[in-house]
Design a protein around this ligand. Structure first.
Ligand code: BGC
Length: 430
């Protein structure tokens, strides 16, 4: 047995981005980037200022790093030793949501509950020492408007976060209040940065030639070092909030999924590419093939990885995953088709992400040649999802031709913590 051929082929087509479309998306991304520099209201990219350039490499000292960007929050005590060297002295972590116990990211929680958990974790990292002074760098991975390095106001929650009382607020004010409620007066928040900025700082601390930083995980976003070549302004990292890029052609699954999401109409690119959403899109398409349109099966990106990894004859792992999530027994032929569908969703994701990278590269190189460079990327989708890295390389070649040899992507694992510590150190240098 196989699925209805016409339906199957049309679904695959809807998730396919050909070379021509890819080129158009990269060009549109570049256009929005250029527009965003002069007239942000005309661009779908937020282009948020970080108030930071790249690290000098000389940063030293001990700093606290708070990494808050998803359900699992981490606090690290990091010793920077200069020239790319550092040591993690302490690391603690806690989830903001434990099924059946508590949920501080849902609509029924409060900002106090959320930030009290952060303060508790910081207390654990400093082992209850309320005397020694610490500077803290905060990687806060949501779109925030900054007026300086330490003042960031959350514009809007993404990644399906819904805690009331945080949007529109200065996040480090909420953090400081929570620290004071707990009697912690010796920890000074000194910098707030986006996780993309953290990845770029961390990668640039370790090696030169890196101007673009990206997260490809539950959420997706990219930042880059804007040289402000034609003005007297100092180079500054801009957080593009590229997950909000709008000039894309969403298919009917993207549209339907968006309508059911926490923030309809927002984060078009992110909802087409990131780990939080790929499994759901795949599940929606599969529900049509299984003639159960509209049924939500709860596929995650881990399931997608599992199916993509399945090299077996008859795709037995695919069969097992689909059975577990949907109750359906697939034939070997259907399992093959389901795996191809999963591959198509993932390949689309990698191609769209690459188009955004190339938009930035074109903007940076202007009329000149593409500079030799690394793009620093962190995140589970980039690191672990099969087919992603090779499809990024393939799409780079399609878009840049021979000049693709100038560019590579490098994994910067754990950059969020190191980047926060660097930002705290740079707050003193600045
Ligand atoms: C947020 C970004 C963040 C990205 C990766 C997105 O949902 O809007 O600020 O960088 O996720 O964590």
């Amino acid at each position: 047995m196989a699925f209805d051929k016409n339906l199957y082929d049309s679904i695959i087509k809807e998730f396919t981005v050909d070379k021509e479309q890819l080129q158009m998306i990269a060009a549109d991304f570049r256009y929005d980037l250029k527009k965003g520099l002069v007239d942000p209201d005309e661009s779908s990219l937020r282009m948020l200022k970080s108030y930071l350039g790249l690290p000098s490499g000389k940063e030293k000292g001990e700093y606290l790093a708070l990494d808050f960007g998803g359900t699992n929050v981490r606090v690290l005590l990091i010793r920077l030793e200069g020239e790319g060297k550092f040591e993690v002295l302490k690391k603690v972590a806690k989830p903001l949501k434990v099924e059946g116990e508590y949920d501080y990211i849902g609509a029924d929680s409060t900002a106090e509950q959320m930030f009290d958990l952060l303060a508790e974790l910081i207390d654990e990292a400093i082992e209850g020492n309320h005397e020694q002074k610490y500077l803290l760098g905060h990687t806060f991975s949501f779109p925030s408007e900054q007026t300086d390095l330490n003042n960031a106001r959350l514009i809007i929650w993404t990644k399906e976060f819904a805690t009331p009382g945080v949007e529109g607020k200065v996040v480090n004010d909420l953090l400081l209040e929570a620290l004071h409620r707990r009697g912690i007066n010796n920890v000074q928040p000194a910098a707030v940065i986006n996780d993309t900025v953290a990845v770029l700082l961390s990668a640039a601390y370790k090696q030169g030639g890196t101007y673009i930083g990206s997260i490809y995980a539950t959420g997706h976003n990219t930042c880059y070092l804007e040289p402000y070549a034609d003005s007297a302004d100092k180079a500054m990292i801009l957080n593009l909030e590229s997950g909000g890029f709008m000039k894309l052609a969403p298919n009917r699954f993207d549209v339907a999924f968006d309508e059911s999401s926490e923030k309809p109409g927002e984060q078009r690119l992110e909802k087409m590419v990131s780990g939080r959403y790929m499994g759901e899109l795949f599940g929606m398409a599969l529900s049509e093939l299984l003639k159960e349109k509209g049924k939500a099966y709860g596929f995650t990106s881990i399931d997608m990885s599992g199916m993509l990894e399945d090299e077996s004859q008859g795709r037995t792992k695919v069969q097992a995953i689909v059975k577990e999530k949907t109750g359906h027994e697939l034939s070997a032929e259907e399992a093959e088709q389901v795996r191809d569908l999963a591959v198509t969703v993932v390949v689309r994701s990698a191609r769209l992400v690459t188009a955004s990278f190339v938009g930035i590269i074109w903007q940076l190189s202007g009329e000149g040649k593409v500079q030799k460079q690394h793009i620093a990327v962190d995140g589970s989708v980039y690191e672990k999802m099969p087919f992603v890295k090779e499809n990024i390389m393939r799409a780079l070649s399609e878009l840049l031709g021979e000049e693709a040899a100038q560019v590579d992507t490098v994994l910067d694992n754990g950059g969020s913590g190191l980047g926060a510590a660097l930002a705290a150190a740079m707050s003193v240098e600045n």
